[in-house]
Design a protein around this ligand. Structure first.
Ligand SMILES: Cc1ncc(COP(=O)(O)O)c(C=O)c1O
Length: 422
């Protein structure tokens, strides 16, 4: 069977396929639909977003300040509608989760509370290819505490000639450095390679060695199964413009394990939206934290940047995480096999081959000169396939099970084969 016929059959049997029509798919200048495999960077816009945002614009026009209490979805508690669906996505209790700020801001707020260097335990462990913003945040936190990053930032790299971090190497590093570690900060899915880390084992290891443990879930939330409560992470942070389709710069989120919910001794940066809900408007000069993750909020949330996320989370609820993950494994597996059968030795898969060790994304290296690989990416883009390119030589493609089809994957693989063989 040809790839295209196989894709038609797979789409016909896919119970989630109708959801693809709930999204706006970008088009080329002639109005033809592009093959969008870039949800690892910016998710597509659900069609329902306009109505969700218009509802708030209308209530603002109609009600002015009264909208805080009288809007159809009152703004004072608007963000709480996101709590249950977000908790379901990260495997948390509702009080362990809050939608607020953006990822790097939340990472700083979490480090204020959970990076508490003392005596010899004054280092942060990260991976050597951490997303630059995480690294900047970590380095600036070390400096803020008067610590020298060259001594106090410890980085674990893949072995020579390998792309992935081996769990056993991360565990061995944490065990070896244990008494020096104040914080272990790792990604759920590595942004460049698409590798999904074994967060359960890593959280357990960090805690056994006396370190706090936090996760950056930018590429994991809405993509892979997560069980943050059971894994006992201290905290996690995420953005919602990737797989969560919350829109550019959408409100981010944060998890704080319930064992910290009422710990008044934890240092934190405070703001009025984290203050006890019952007395927030008494305007008392003394801060009383709300129990749970909500107590880390600073400001009243940006309603217009939150409404699109609410619209999208409703679609996640309709789809169901288990069905999304099953479809995702099938979609990404199909992409891998089509690329490998089209290009064979011309490509090297950077992402792990095992489904449990990756999410939607495939990172691919073309065995060509960097210039030829780059030209191939440009031809792929010209053929109407939207992925992205990370210097010096990695092409990232991510079929998202909410809105991509097996036909999208067959198109992209055929276009890549042509682009690489041209
Ligand atoms: C892994 C990872 N961490 C952090 C960030 C930074 O996110 P923000 O700009 O929302 O702070 C990104 C952004 O893409 C990311 O991919």
């Amino acid at each position: 069977m040809t790839a295209s016929r196989a894709a038609h059959a797979l789409d016909a049997a896919d119970p989630l396929q109708p959801l693809a029509e709930e999204f706006h798919h970008p088009q080329d200048r002639g109005g033809a639909r592009l093959t969008y495999l870039c949800g690892h960077s910016l998710g597509l816009q659900p069609r329902s977003v306009a109505a969700y945002v218009e509802r708030e614009l209308e209530d603002w026009r109609r009600l002015g300040v009264e909208g805080h209490w009288s809007a159809a979805r009152p703004w004072a508690d608007y963000h709480e509608q996101l709590t249950a669906p977000l908790a379901a996505l990260v495997g948390a209790l509702p009080r362990e989760v809050v939608a607020m700020n953006s990822l790097t801001v939340n990472l700083h707020l979490m480090m204020v509370s959970f990076f508490r260097p003392r005596a010899e335990r004054d280092c942060i462990l990260i991976e050597s290819s951490a997303f630059p913003s995480d690294r900047y945040a970590v380095v600036s936190q070390l400096r803020y505490h008067g610590l020298e990053p060259s001594r106090h930032l410890l980085e674990v790299a893949p072995r020579e000639g390998e792309d992935h971090l081996r769990t056993e190497d991360l565990v061995a590093s944490i065990e070896r450095l244990g008494p020096r570690l104040a914080l272990v900060l790792l990604p759920g899915v590595q942004y460049l390679t698409g590798q999904r880390l074994d967060l359960a084992s890593l959280a357990q290891c960090a805690r056994r060695n006396g370190a706090a443990v936090g996760f950056d879930l930018a590429h994991a939330i809405g993509n892979t199964p997560l069980e943050l409560h059971d894994w006992q992470a201290d905290f996690a942070v995420w953005c919602s413009y990737k797989y969560l389709n919350g829109g550019p710069g959408a409100i981010g989120g944060c998890f704080v394990h319930e064992r910290h919910a009422r710990d008044a001794a934890l240092p934190r940066f405070a703001g009025w939206w984290g203050h006890d809900r019952a007395t927030r408007f008494s305007m008392s000069p003394d801060f009383v934290a709300m129990p749970g993750a909500s107590g880390w909020q600073l400001s009243n949330p940006p309603i217009l940047a939150t409404a699109p996320l609410l619209a999208s989370l409703r679609l996640f609820e309709r789809a169901g995480l288990d069905r999304l993950r099953s479809k995702s494994i099938a979609l990404t597996g199909f992409l891998q096999s089509e690329i490998e059968s089209g290009l064979g030795d011309l490509v090297e898969l950077v992402t792990p081959r095992a489904a449990e060790a990756r999410g939607c994304q495939l990172s691919i290296r073309l065995r060509r000169s960097p210039e030829a690989a780059r030209r191939c990416f440009e031809r792929l883009t010209a053929a109407g396939v939207v992925g992205d390119w990370r210097e010096p030589d990695v092409l990232r493609l991510a079929p998202a099970p909410l809105y991509n089809s097996f036909r999208d994957v067959a198109n992209a693989a055929a276009a890549l084969t042509q682009a690489a063989r041209a």
